[in-house]
Design a protein around this ligand. Structure first.
Ligand code: UDP
Ligand code: MG
Length: 317
């Protein structure tokens, strides 16, 4: 692919009803900014006719590129695939469901022209998302901020503009469990944001199931902080100390006061308590081991079924 001025990466998972409007709105904005742009649709194993629509768009317009993944790999990996295949001065990542207004790209681009390397779109309001999602997201980002040692911007998703330099740096980060918003924040560079109101999804359903959401949340924490490990080791220490005091008390009262704490209740309470804490701690350690396991396998992050971009290192074609 020839070097472009702006590329837009659009991860697509069952978005067939949104694609025409998204495409129209994108090319309207982009054509006001530059004549040298590309749209890169990454089809992440859609089961509807999204891919057929993308193919039609790519036949109609030479600026439309596609990467058709061999199955559903998840949003973060779909975006990573796009990042590895784009070649441009700046790149915008945007959702396909029109929750992120394409028109905001002009504002992001202005900031880029003013010298910023990363311009995030920060959510001012979130319309039409469940209270559960809003509360958990708010809480999560505040916890994450406490756990990591660098500045993670609050209330931002992956809708943002990255300079070519930042894209190159991201592409050099080999981790398998991607948490792009954390990786980008970790990189540093000159970063800023613009505010926007996040709309409700136009058509279709969210492709982020609760399990995908929790996976991402855990990846965000384990990828950037060792504090949970520190927390369980401290917890172990405190509980051992506490248990030791209880043991001394039990022996003392049995032999010297001739009083024995009776029965089943005290046993079951302490066994359940220690059992719970142990399982929790093993779970925390397990999360980190699972990351190590994922990374030592050295598998490709994704497999490409087909693409019209010439440099496709992971293609099975
Ligand atoms: N998406 C994807 N793979 C997935 C899930 C989602 O490529 O496994 C895409 C989806 O098509 C959309 C973007 O990622 O363009 C954000 O997903 P979604 O709107 O479902 O997430 P939400 O906005 O509900 O967090
Ligand atoms: Mg969405």
């Amino acid at each position: 692919m020839q070097k472009k001025e702006i590329s837009v990466i659009i991860p697509v998972f069952n978005e067939s009803e949104n694609l025409s409007e998204l495409y129209q709105r994108l090319i309207t904005v982009l054509s006001t900014l530059s004549s040298n742009y590309s749209l890169i649709f990454v089809n992440d194993g859609s089961t509807d006719n999204s891919m057929a629509k993308i193919l039609t768009l790519s036949q109609e317009n030479d600026d439309v590129y596609y990467i058709n993944l061999s199955r559903n790999f998840g949003h973060q990996i779909a975006v990573s695939a796009g990042l590895e295949h784009c070649n441009s001065e700046c790149t915008v990542i945007i959702d396909a469901d029109l929750q992120d207004p394409p028109e905001l790209i002009s504002e992001l681009y202005l900031k880029f022209k003013a010298g910023y390397e990363v311009v995030s779109a920060k959510r001012n309001k979130r319309e039409g998302e469940s209270a559960f999602k809003k509360i958990t997201a708010k809480l999560y980002y505040r916890i994450l901020k406490k756990l990591v040692s660098f500045e993670i911007p609050l209330d931002t998703g992956d809708f943002r503009l990255l300079s070519g330099k930042v894209v190159n740096a991201i592409n050099k980060m080999p981790e398998q469990n991607k948490f792009l918003r954390g990786q980008i924040a970790w990189l540093g560079f000159k970063q800023t944001y613009v505010l926007y109101d996040r709309k409700t999804r136009k058509h279709g359903q969210s492709g982020y199931s609760y399990s995908k959401m929790f996976r991402l949340a855990f990846d965000g924490i384990t990828g950037f902080s060792d504090k949970p490990l520190l927390f369980v080791s401290r917890l172990g220490f405190i509980i051992s100390l506490f248990s030791f005091l209880v043991i001394v008390y039990a022996i003392f009262s049995h032999y010297f006061l001739k009083e024995t704490i009776t029965g089943w209740t005290s046993l079951i309470v302490s066994a359940a308590f220690i059992g719970g804490i142990q399982l929790l701690s093993i779970g925390v350690i397990g999360e980190y081991i699972s990351r190590i396991n994922n990374n030592v396998k050295h598998r490709p992050l994704y497999i490409i079924d087909s693409t019209n971009i010439s440099t496709n290192p992971n293609s099975v074609d």
